[in-house]
Design a protein around this ligand. Structure first.
Ligand code: ADP
Ligand code: MG
Length: 483
C-alpha cells in the first residue's frame, strides 16, 4: 500500500463503440457483426479504384446523441481526414477518421465510486471507420483477412487523463456502456468487440502536476480486463520507478490468462499518419435545427430516471440507480407500477429474486417469464398479507416460473400458501379490538353503523392482513349484537 501513497496513478481511456447502424459508414454494405468471412463487402469496402464513399447520416446522428448525452459541444462544421498507415486488413491504406475538428468536443461522464460522485472530463468524441480483421489461427503459416468489419462505423470516446484508479476506470467504462445502450446507438457487447478500450496509463509522484510517461494497453475486451490491466500496469510501473528504471513510452497488450501485460512496440516518437482532409468526402454541417431535432428525440437518460425514481417513488438512491441502469428494466419496472403502488416492494422484488433469476440464467429482464402484471400480483399478495414474502419468493415464484400464465392468487390458493386466519383467530382479534374501543362500541350501538369500517380496519391492522374481510364482518356484527 505504501507505493500507492507515494505515487499517483493517472489514466486516460480511448473507448471505441461500434454504432448499430444497418450499413457501413461510407457505403451500403451490412454493418452487422459476424457473417461468413467477406460477405459484407462491395467494391467500396474493398477500395477498388474509382469508388467513392458516401456518408451514412444515421451514424452522424448517433455520434451527436452520445455527445449530447455527455454535455459535449457539437461541432457545426465537420470533415473527415485520412489517417495513413499500412496494414493488410486496411484495404484503402488509410483509415477515414476525424482529425483536429471532431464532432463532439469536451463534455464528461458521471461516475460513482465508493459513494463519491465525480464527472470524468472528455477530450472529444470522433467518428471513424473500423478496419477489417486479420485471422492468424485459421490456416497454419498463413494469415487470412476478413473484410466484413472494414468500414463499420465507430465512435471513439477519448477521455482527458482524468481517471485516478482502476476502480474509476471500471466505473467509467460501465457508464459508457450503460449510456450507449440507453441511447440505442451500440449494443455495448465487449465480448463481440462492439466496444473496445485502450488504456493509457502513467504514474507520477503524488503532488506532481506534470504527467508521467505513459504506456498504452491496447484492445481490452471486457470491463473487468480494463481494471485488471490497469492494476497490473500500475504495480509494474511503480516497482520500476522504485528501482530507478526509466519508464519508456510503449504500446502493450494484455494477457488475460495471466493478468499481465507485454510490450508490443515502443513508441518513442509520435506516429506520422500524414493526416489530411479526405478530398472524396465533402465537409458536413450540423445545423442548429438538426441538433435540436436530435435533442428532442433523446430518451430520458439513466441519471434523470434515477432522480425521478427517488422523487416520484421515494426510492433510495441505491435502488433507483440499479433500476435505471437498463432501458428494458426501466420499461418493466414502470409497467409493474401500472398494476400496484407498492413501489419499494416492487424494487425489492426486481433487485432480489428477479435479479437472482437473471444472474442464474445469464439473461436480461426481457427473458424473464413473468409479465409485469403477474409480478404486481405477487407484490400485492404479499402487501395485503395473504402470503408472506418468504413463501412468495421461495415457493410461489418457482411454480409461477414453470407456469407463467397462471394467476398468482389462484396458484397460491391451490398450493395452500395463503395464510388466511381461521375463525377462532379472527374472533380473538375482534374481541381485542372491541375491548379497546368501548366508546366507539357505544356509539355504534346508538346507531352509528358506519363505525364498522373503523373496527374492520383495526382488525386488519392487528391481523397483518390475514383476516378474511367477509368473515371479519360477520364476526364483528355477531359480537356487536351480543354486547
Ligand atoms: P494518441 O493520439 O497518441 O493516442 P493522445 O494525446 O490523443 O495520444 O491521448 C490519447 C489518450 O491518452 C487520451 O485519453 C489521453 O487522456 C491519454 N493520455 C495522454 N497522456 C497521458 C498520460 N501521461 N497519462 C495517462 N493518460 C494519458
Ligand atoms: Mg491512442
Amino acid at each position: 500500500m505504501e507505493l500507492q501513497q507515494k505515487y499517483e496513478l493517472v489514466i486516460g481511456l480511448e473507448v471505441h463503440a461500434q454504432l448499430s447502424t444497418q450499413t457501413k459508414l461510407f457505403c451500403g454494405d451490412s454493418a452487422s457483426f459476424g457473417g461468413d468471412p467477406n460477405t459484407h463487402i462491395s467494391p467500396i469496402t474493398l477500395a477498388y479504384p474509382g469508388t467513392l464513399p458516401r456518408l451514412n447520416k444515421l451514424a452522424v446522428d448517433y455520434a451527436i446523441r452520445m455527445g449530447l448525452a455527455c454535455n459535449s459541444t457539437i461541432s457545426s462544421v465537420n470533415w473527415f481526414a485520412r489517417k495513413h498507415y499500412f496494414y493488410p486488413d486496411l484495404p484503402k491504406g488509410y483509415q477515414t477518421s476525424q482529425h483536429i475538428n471532431n464532432i463532439c468536443q469536451g463534455g464528461g461522464i458521471r461516475i460513482l465510486v465508493g459513494g463519491h460522485e465525480r464527472i470524468v472530463q472528455l477530450h472529444h468524441i470522433h467518428l471513424e471507420e473500423d478496419a477489417g480483421k486479420s485471422i492468424h489461427d485459421a490456416h497454419p503459416g498463413k494469415t487470412a483477412i476478413d473484410h466484413n468489419r472494414a468500414g463499420v462505423p465507430l465512435i471513439e470516446i477519448v477521455s482527458e487523463p482524468d481517471l485516478f484508479s482502476a476502480e474509476e476506470a471500471y466505473a467509467y467504462v460501465t457508464e459508457i456502456r450503460k449510456l450507449v445502450r440507453f441511447l440505442g446507438i451500440c449494443d455495448g457487447n465487449m465480448e463481440e468487440g462492439s466496444m473496445r478500450c485502450d488504456a493509457n496509463i502513467s504514474i507520477r509522484p503524488r503532488g506532481d502536476k506534470k504527467l508521467g510517461t505513459r504506456v498504452e494497453v491496447k484492445n481490452l475486451n471486457s470491463i473487468r480486463n480494463v481494471k485488471r490491466a490497469i492494476e497490473h500496469e500500475a504495480h509494474r510501473m511503480m516497482e520500476m520507478a522504485e528501482r530507478g528504471e526509466p519508464i519508456i513510452q510503449q504500446t502493450r497488450s494484455f494477457d488475460a490468462d495471466h493478468g499481465t501485460t507485454f510490450a508490443l512496440r515502443s513508441k518513442e516518437e509520435a506516429n506520422d499518419y500524414r493526416y489530411f482532409p479526405d478530398p472524396d468526402l465533402p465537409p458536413f454541417v450540423v445545423t442548429p435545427e438538426k441538433l435540436e431535432g436530435i435533442r428532442l428525440a433523446m430518451p430520458e437518460l439513466p441519471d434523470a430516471v434515477q432522480l425521478r425514481y427517488m422523487q416520484q417513488y421515494q426510492l433510495p438512491a441505491y435502488d433507483a440507480r440499479l433500476l435505471s441502469e437498463e432501458k428494458d428494466s426501466v420499461l418493466y419496472f414502470e409497467t409493474v407500477l401500472c398494476h400496484t403502488k407498492e413501489y419499494k416492494s416492487v424494487a425489492n422484488w426486481l433487485l432480489g429474486p428477479v435479479k437472482a433469476w437473471m444472474n442464474e440464467h445469464n439473461a436480461g429482464i426481457d427473458s424473464f417469464p413473468l409479465r409485469p402484471a403477474q409480478l404486481a400480483g405477487l407484490v400485492n399478495l404479499v402487501s395485503s398479507g395473504n402470503i408472506s414474502f418468504s413463501s412468495a419468493s421461495s415457493r410461489l415464484l418457482p411454480r409461477l416460473l414453470e407456469t407463467p400464465d397462471a394467476d398468482p392468487a389462484l396458484l397460491a390458493a391451490n398450493l395452500n400458501l395463503l395464510q388466511n386466519a381461521g375463525s377462532g383467530e379472527i374472533e380473538q382479534w375482534v374481541a381485542e379490538v372491541l375491548g379497546r374501543m368501548p366508546d366507539k362500541v357505544a356509539e355504534y350501538k346508538k346507531g352509528k353503523k358506519g363505525l364498522i369500517g373503523l373496527f374492520m380496519g383495526e382488525v386488519k391492522k392487528i391481523s397483518k392482513g390475514k383476516a378474511d374481510p367477509k368473515m371479519t364482518t360477520t364476526l364483528l356484527e355477531q359480537k356487536l349484537n351480543e354486547l
